[in-house]
Write a protein that binds this ligand. Sequence first.
Ligand SMILES: Nc1ncnc2c1ncn2[C@@H]1O[C@H](COP(=O)(O)OP(=O)(O)OP(=O)(O)O)[C@@H](O)[C@H]1O
Ligand SMILES: N[C@@H](CCO)C(=O)O
Length: 318
Amino acid sequence: MAVYTQLSAETLSDLISHYDVGELVSAKGIAEGISNSNWLVETTTSRFILTMYERRIDIADLPFFLGLLDHLSAKGLPVPRTIHDTSGAASRMIDGKAVALIEFLPGVSIDNPTPSQAHNVGAVLARLHLAADDYPGRRTNDLGPDTSLHVLEQCGAEALARIDAELPEMLPMARSIAADWPKDLPRSVIHSDLFPDNVLMLGDEVSGLIDFYFACHDMTAYDLAVTHAAWSFDHDGRSFRSDIGSALIGGYQSVRALSVAERAAMPILARGACMRFISSRTQDWIDTPTDALVTRKDPMDFVRRLQFYQSNGAELFA
Ligand SMILES: Nc1ncnc2c1ncn2[C@@H]1O[C@H](COP(=O)(O)OP(=O)(O)OP(=O)(O)O)[C@@H](O)[C@H]1O
Ligand SMILES: N[C@@H](CCO)C(=O)O
Protein backbone atom coordinates (compact mmCIF):
# COMPACT_ATOMS: atom_id res chain seq x y z
CA MET A 1 0.00 0.00 0.00
CA ALA A 2 1.72 3.13 -1.14
CA VAL A 3 0.26 5.66 1.24
CA TYR A 4 3.04 6.27 3.71
CA THR A 5 1.55 9.38 5.27
CA GLN A 6 -1.99 9.81 6.57
CA LEU A 7 -3.50 13.20 5.77
CA SER A 8 -6.53 14.37 7.75
CA ALA A 9 -9.64 15.66 6.00
CA GLU A 10 -8.82 19.17 7.34
CA THR A 11 -5.28 19.06 5.92
CA LEU A 12 -6.58 17.88 2.54
CA SER A 13 -9.33 20.53 2.43
CA ASP A 14 -6.85 23.22 3.37
CA LEU A 15 -4.46 22.04 0.67
CA ILE A 16 -7.14 22.02 -2.02
CA SER A 17 -8.26 25.52 -0.99
CA HIS A 18 -4.90 26.81 -2.31
CA TYR A 19 -5.82 25.69 -5.83
CA ASP A 20 -8.52 27.00 -8.14
CA VAL A 21 -10.13 23.55 -8.53
CA GLY A 22 -13.34 23.76 -6.51
CA GLU A 23 -13.87 22.11 -3.16
CA LEU A 24 -12.67 18.73 -1.92
CA VAL A 25 -15.24 15.95 -2.34
CA SER A 26 -13.13 12.86 -1.63
CA ALA A 27 -9.54 11.57 -1.48
CA LYS A 28 -8.72 7.88 -1.77
CA GLY A 29 -5.27 6.40 -1.21
CA ILE A 30 -3.90 4.53 -4.26
CA ALA A 31 -2.38 1.13 -3.54
CA GLU A 32 -0.10 0.95 -6.61
CA GLY A 33 3.38 2.46 -6.61
CA ILE A 34 6.08 2.10 -4.02
CA SER A 35 8.06 5.34 -4.02
CA ASN A 36 5.51 7.99 -3.17
CA SER A 37 2.13 8.37 -1.49
CA ASN A 38 -0.64 8.93 -4.05
CA TRP A 39 -4.31 9.85 -3.65
CA LEU A 40 -7.09 10.06 -6.18
CA VAL A 41 -8.66 13.40 -5.30
CA GLU A 42 -12.11 14.43 -6.43
CA THR A 43 -13.24 18.04 -6.18
CA THR A 44 -16.46 19.76 -7.19
CA THR A 45 -14.87 20.43 -10.62
CA SER A 46 -12.66 17.44 -11.55
CA ARG A 47 -10.41 14.52 -10.56
CA PHE A 48 -6.71 14.79 -9.76
CA ILE A 49 -3.77 12.77 -8.52
CA LEU A 50 -2.16 14.14 -5.38
CA THR A 51 1.39 12.93 -4.88
CA MET A 52 3.45 13.32 -1.72
CA TYR A 53 7.16 12.78 -2.43
CA GLU A 54 8.38 10.38 0.23
CA ARG A 55 11.74 8.94 -0.77
CA ARG A 56 14.27 8.53 -3.52
CA ILE A 57 13.40 11.86 -5.10
CA ASP A 58 15.74 14.75 -4.47
CA ILE A 59 13.37 17.67 -3.89
CA ALA A 60 15.81 19.89 -5.79
CA ASP A 61 14.87 17.85 -8.90
CA LEU A 62 11.14 18.46 -8.48
CA PRO A 63 11.03 21.60 -10.72
CA PHE A 64 12.73 19.52 -13.46
CA PHE A 65 10.16 16.69 -13.20
CA LEU A 66 7.07 18.89 -12.86
CA GLY A 67 8.23 21.35 -15.54
CA LEU A 68 8.78 18.39 -17.87
CA LEU A 69 5.18 17.22 -17.39
CA ASP A 70 3.92 20.67 -18.38
CA HIS A 71 6.36 20.90 -21.33
CA LEU A 72 5.31 17.53 -22.77
CA SER A 73 1.62 18.01 -22.14
CA ALA A 74 1.74 21.45 -23.83
CA LYS A 75 3.20 19.67 -26.88
CA GLY A 76 0.23 17.31 -27.04
CA LEU A 77 1.80 14.24 -25.42
CA PRO A 78 -0.53 12.16 -23.19
CA VAL A 79 1.26 13.39 -20.07
CA PRO A 80 -0.55 14.82 -17.02
CA ARG A 81 -0.08 18.54 -16.57
CA THR A 82 0.57 19.88 -13.11
CA ILE A 83 -2.00 22.06 -11.42
CA HIS A 84 -0.43 25.25 -10.10
CA ASP A 85 -1.68 26.79 -6.87
CA THR A 86 -3.17 30.27 -6.76
CA SER A 87 0.31 31.74 -6.23
CA GLY A 88 1.59 29.96 -9.37
CA ALA A 89 3.62 27.26 -7.59
CA ALA A 90 3.67 23.70 -9.01
CA SER A 91 4.36 22.14 -5.61
CA ARG A 92 3.59 22.92 -1.97
CA MET A 93 4.89 21.65 1.37
CA ILE A 94 2.92 19.74 4.03
CA ASP A 95 4.77 18.99 7.27
CA GLY A 96 8.14 19.27 5.54
CA LYS A 97 7.18 17.04 2.58
CA ALA A 98 6.58 18.29 -0.97
CA VAL A 99 3.24 17.57 -2.62
CA ALA A 100 1.96 18.20 -6.16
CA LEU A 101 -1.51 18.10 -7.68
CA ILE A 102 -1.49 16.50 -11.12
CA GLU A 103 -4.11 16.05 -13.80
CA PHE A 104 -5.89 12.67 -13.64
CA LEU A 105 -5.61 10.76 -16.91
CA PRO A 106 -7.96 7.94 -17.90
CA GLY A 107 -6.80 4.45 -18.87
CA VAL A 108 -5.45 1.24 -17.38
CA SER A 109 -2.00 -0.34 -17.22
CA ILE A 110 -1.68 -3.39 -19.46
CA ASP A 111 -0.14 -6.65 -18.24
CA ASN A 112 -0.18 -8.53 -21.54
CA PRO A 113 0.16 -6.05 -24.38
CA THR A 114 -0.88 -6.80 -27.95
CA PRO A 115 1.52 -5.94 -30.80
CA SER A 116 -0.74 -3.04 -31.73
CA GLN A 117 -0.50 -1.63 -28.20
CA ALA A 118 3.28 -2.14 -28.19
CA HIS A 119 3.53 -0.34 -31.55
CA ASN A 120 1.72 2.66 -30.08
CA VAL A 121 3.93 2.67 -26.98
CA GLY A 122 7.02 2.72 -29.23
CA ALA A 123 5.56 5.57 -31.27
CA VAL A 124 4.71 7.68 -28.22
CA LEU A 125 8.20 7.12 -26.80
CA ALA A 126 9.71 8.54 -30.00
CA ARG A 127 7.29 11.49 -29.85
CA LEU A 128 8.39 12.07 -26.26
CA HIS A 129 12.06 12.18 -27.30
CA LEU A 130 11.35 14.68 -30.07
CA ALA A 131 9.09 16.86 -27.89
CA ALA A 132 11.55 16.88 -24.96
CA ASP A 133 14.50 17.93 -27.09
CA ASP A 134 14.02 21.66 -26.40
CA TYR A 135 13.11 21.25 -22.71
CA PRO A 136 15.44 23.68 -20.94
CA GLY A 137 15.72 21.77 -17.63
CA ARG A 138 18.85 19.66 -17.04
CA ARG A 139 19.24 16.47 -15.04
CA THR A 140 21.98 13.89 -15.53
CA ASN A 141 21.29 10.16 -15.28
CA ASP A 142 22.53 9.05 -11.87
CA LEU A 143 21.65 5.40 -12.60
CA GLY A 144 23.99 4.78 -15.52
CA PRO A 145 26.30 1.76 -15.98
CA ASP A 146 28.98 3.11 -13.61
CA THR A 147 26.36 3.37 -10.85
CA SER A 148 25.07 -0.16 -11.56
CA LEU A 149 28.63 -1.49 -11.27
CA HIS A 150 29.31 0.52 -8.12
CA VAL A 151 26.09 -0.68 -6.44
CA LEU A 152 26.83 -4.35 -7.17
CA GLU A 153 30.45 -3.99 -6.03
CA GLN A 154 29.29 -2.35 -2.80
CA CYS A 155 26.91 -5.28 -2.19
CA GLY A 156 29.75 -7.73 -2.78
CA ALA A 157 29.71 -11.26 -4.22
CA GLU A 158 28.70 -12.90 -0.93
CA ALA A 159 25.57 -10.81 -0.43
CA LEU A 160 24.68 -11.24 -4.10
CA ALA A 161 24.99 -15.04 -3.80
CA ARG A 162 22.66 -15.01 -0.80
CA ILE A 163 19.94 -13.61 -3.10
CA ASP A 164 20.67 -16.06 -5.92
CA ALA A 165 23.66 -18.25 -6.78
CA GLU A 166 23.78 -16.74 -10.30
CA LEU A 167 23.73 -13.10 -9.22
CA PRO A 168 27.51 -12.72 -8.59
CA GLU A 169 28.02 -13.48 -12.32
CA MET A 170 26.64 -10.00 -12.92
CA LEU A 171 29.76 -8.38 -11.43
CA PRO A 172 32.08 -9.06 -14.43
CA MET A 173 29.16 -8.38 -16.75
CA ALA A 174 28.57 -4.96 -15.14
CA ARG A 175 32.30 -4.19 -15.53
CA SER A 176 32.28 -5.00 -19.21
CA ILE A 177 29.08 -3.02 -19.87
CA ALA A 178 30.51 0.04 -18.08
CA ALA A 179 33.80 -0.26 -20.02
CA ASP A 180 32.13 -0.56 -23.44
CA TRP A 181 29.23 1.85 -22.88
CA PRO A 182 28.58 3.99 -26.00
CA LYS A 183 28.98 7.74 -25.61
CA ASP A 184 28.22 9.50 -28.88
CA LEU A 185 24.60 8.63 -29.61
CA PRO A 186 21.76 11.18 -29.91
CA ARG A 187 20.41 12.45 -26.60
CA SER A 188 17.27 14.10 -25.29
CA VAL A 189 15.31 13.99 -22.07
CA ILE A 190 14.34 10.34 -21.60
CA HIS A 191 11.72 8.71 -19.35
CA SER A 192 14.11 5.87 -18.43
CA ASP A 193 11.49 3.77 -16.56
CA LEU A 194 8.71 3.24 -19.11
CA PHE A 195 7.44 -0.06 -17.70
CA PRO A 196 3.86 -1.19 -18.42
CA ASP A 197 2.76 0.13 -15.01
CA ASN A 198 3.83 3.62 -16.09
CA VAL A 199 1.69 3.62 -19.24
CA LEU A 200 -2.10 4.03 -19.22
CA MET A 201 -4.02 2.71 -22.22
CA LEU A 202 -7.56 2.97 -23.54
CA GLY A 203 -7.94 0.11 -26.00
CA ASP A 204 -4.93 0.30 -28.31
CA GLU A 205 -4.25 3.97 -27.62
CA VAL A 206 -1.81 5.35 -25.08
CA SER A 207 -3.86 7.65 -22.85
CA GLY A 208 -1.19 8.42 -20.26
CA LEU A 209 2.54 8.32 -19.57
CA ILE A 210 3.19 8.72 -15.85
CA ASP A 211 5.91 8.50 -13.20
CA PHE A 212 8.62 10.66 -14.76
CA TYR A 213 10.68 10.63 -11.56
CA PHE A 214 13.70 8.96 -13.19
CA ALA A 215 13.63 11.26 -16.26
CA CYS A 216 17.02 12.65 -17.19
CA HIS A 217 19.27 13.54 -20.12
CA ASP A 218 20.63 10.45 -21.76
CA MET A 219 20.74 8.52 -25.01
CA THR A 220 17.33 8.12 -26.61
CA ALA A 221 18.20 4.63 -27.87
CA TYR A 222 18.89 3.67 -24.24
CA ASP A 223 15.31 4.67 -23.37
CA LEU A 224 14.08 2.44 -26.21
CA ALA A 225 16.26 -0.38 -24.80
CA VAL A 226 14.73 0.09 -21.31
CA THR A 227 11.24 -0.02 -22.80
CA HIS A 228 12.10 -3.09 -24.90
CA ALA A 229 13.40 -4.93 -21.83
CA ALA A 230 10.38 -3.91 -19.74
CA TRP A 231 7.68 -4.84 -22.30
CA SER A 232 8.93 -7.74 -24.44
CA PHE A 233 9.15 -10.52 -21.83
CA ASP A 234 6.77 -12.32 -19.58
CA HIS A 235 6.79 -11.15 -15.97
CA ASP A 236 9.80 -13.12 -14.71
CA GLY A 237 11.84 -12.69 -17.88
CA ARG A 238 11.77 -16.37 -18.83
CA SER A 239 10.18 -16.01 -22.24
CA PHE A 240 10.75 -13.37 -24.87
CA ARG A 241 7.81 -12.10 -26.93
CA SER A 242 9.36 -11.29 -30.30
CA ASP A 243 6.07 -9.90 -31.67
CA ILE A 244 6.01 -7.31 -28.90
CA GLY A 245 9.71 -6.41 -29.25
CA SER A 246 9.38 -5.94 -33.03
CA ALA A 247 6.16 -3.93 -32.71
CA LEU A 248 7.74 -1.64 -30.13
CA ILE A 249 10.76 -0.89 -32.31
CA GLY A 250 8.59 -0.61 -35.42
CA GLY A 251 6.33 1.88 -33.65
CA TYR A 252 9.34 3.90 -32.46
CA GLN A 253 10.78 4.01 -35.97
CA SER A 254 7.44 5.03 -37.47
CA VAL A 255 8.12 8.39 -35.76
CA ARG A 256 11.90 8.58 -35.42
CA ALA A 257 14.28 6.33 -37.38
CA LEU A 258 17.21 4.86 -35.46
CA SER A 259 20.62 5.67 -36.95
CA VAL A 260 23.00 2.87 -37.97
CA ALA A 261 25.08 3.62 -34.86
CA GLU A 262 22.02 3.48 -32.58
CA ARG A 263 20.92 0.17 -34.06
CA ALA A 264 24.44 -1.26 -33.65
CA ALA A 265 24.47 -0.15 -30.01
CA MET A 266 21.10 -1.68 -29.11
CA PRO A 267 22.51 -5.01 -27.80
CA ILE A 268 24.78 -3.33 -25.23
CA LEU A 269 22.14 -0.71 -24.40
CA ALA A 270 19.67 -3.53 -23.70
CA ARG A 271 22.20 -5.30 -21.45
CA GLY A 272 22.89 -1.98 -19.68
CA ALA A 273 19.16 -1.38 -19.23
CA CYS A 274 18.81 -4.81 -17.60
CA MET A 275 21.82 -4.11 -15.40
CA ARG A 276 20.26 -0.85 -14.15
CA PHE A 277 17.23 -2.78 -12.87
CA ILE A 278 19.33 -5.69 -11.57
CA SER A 279 21.34 -3.26 -9.47
CA SER A 280 18.42 -1.16 -8.17
CA ARG A 281 16.36 -4.27 -7.39
CA THR A 282 19.35 -5.90 -5.67
CA GLN A 283 19.89 -2.84 -3.52
CA ASP A 284 16.18 -2.68 -2.64
CA TRP A 285 16.19 -6.42 -1.91
CA ILE A 286 18.97 -5.98 0.61
CA ASP A 287 17.59 -2.75 2.08
CA THR A 288 13.92 -3.85 2.39
CA PRO A 289 13.08 -5.97 5.43
CA THR A 290 11.28 -9.22 4.50
CA ASP A 291 8.29 -8.16 6.64
CA ALA A 292 7.95 -4.73 4.96
CA LEU A 293 4.59 -3.87 3.42
CA VAL A 294 6.04 -3.30 -0.04
CA THR A 295 6.76 -6.33 -2.24
CA ARG A 296 10.39 -6.60 -3.28
CA LYS A 297 11.03 -6.96 -7.02
CA ASP A 298 13.23 -9.87 -7.99
CA PRO A 299 16.53 -8.85 -9.64
CA MET A 300 16.70 -12.29 -11.32
CA ASP A 301 13.81 -11.29 -13.62
CA PHE A 302 16.30 -8.94 -15.27
CA VAL A 303 19.27 -11.33 -15.06
CA ARG A 304 17.26 -13.63 -17.35
CA ARG A 305 16.49 -10.78 -19.71
CA LEU A 306 20.15 -9.79 -19.76
CA GLN A 307 21.19 -13.37 -20.53
CA PHE A 308 18.68 -13.40 -23.38
CA TYR A 309 20.14 -10.21 -24.86
CA GLN A 310 23.67 -11.58 -24.36
CA SER A 311 22.81 -14.62 -26.49
CA ASN A 312 20.42 -13.07 -29.01
CA GLY A 313 21.05 -9.30 -29.05
CA ALA A 314 23.10 -9.22 -32.26
CA GLU A 315 20.45 -10.92 -34.45
CA LEU A 316 17.55 -9.30 -32.60
CA PHE A 317 18.49 -5.72 -33.42
CA ALA A 318 20.29 -6.35 -36.77
N1 LIG B 1 -1.85 11.26 -13.77
C1 LIG B 1 -2.42 10.10 -13.41
N2 LIG B 1 -3.64 9.76 -13.87
C2 LIG B 1 -4.23 8.61 -13.47
N3 LIG B 1 -3.69 7.74 -12.60
C3 LIG B 1 -2.47 8.02 -12.11
C4 LIG B 1 -1.77 9.21 -12.49
N4 LIG B 1 -0.58 9.22 -11.83
C5 LIG B 1 -0.55 8.11 -11.09
N5 LIG B 1 -1.68 7.38 -11.24
C6 LIG B 1 -2.03 6.12 -10.55
O1 LIG B 1 -1.28 6.06 -9.35
C7 LIG B 1 -0.47 4.87 -9.34
C8 LIG B 1 0.86 5.15 -8.68
O2 LIG B 1 1.52 6.20 -9.39
P1 LIG B 1 3.10 6.15 -9.62
O3 LIG B 1 3.45 4.97 -10.48
O4 LIG B 1 3.52 7.49 -10.13
O5 LIG B 1 3.59 5.94 -8.11
P2 LIG B 1 5.05 5.79 -7.57
O6 LIG B 1 4.98 5.43 -6.13
O7 LIG B 1 5.83 7.03 -7.91
O8 LIG B 1 5.49 4.57 -8.47
P3 LIG B 1 6.77 3.63 -8.52
O9 LIG B 1 6.50 2.54 -7.59
O10 LIG B 1 6.71 3.12 -9.96
O11 LIG B 1 7.95 4.47 -8.21
C9 LIG B 1 -0.37 4.44 -10.79
O12 LIG B 1 -0.20 3.07 -10.93
C10 LIG B 1 -1.71 4.90 -11.37
O13 LIG B 1 -2.69 3.93 -11.08
N1 LIG C 1 10.51 -0.05 -12.82
C1 LIG C 1 11.53 -0.41 -11.87
C2 LIG C 1 11.32 0.31 -10.57
C3 LIG C 1 11.89 1.71 -10.61
O1 LIG C 1 13.30 1.67 -10.54
C4 LIG C 1 11.56 -1.93 -11.65
O2 LIG C 1 10.62 -2.61 -12.07
O3 LIG C 1 12.52 -2.43 -11.08
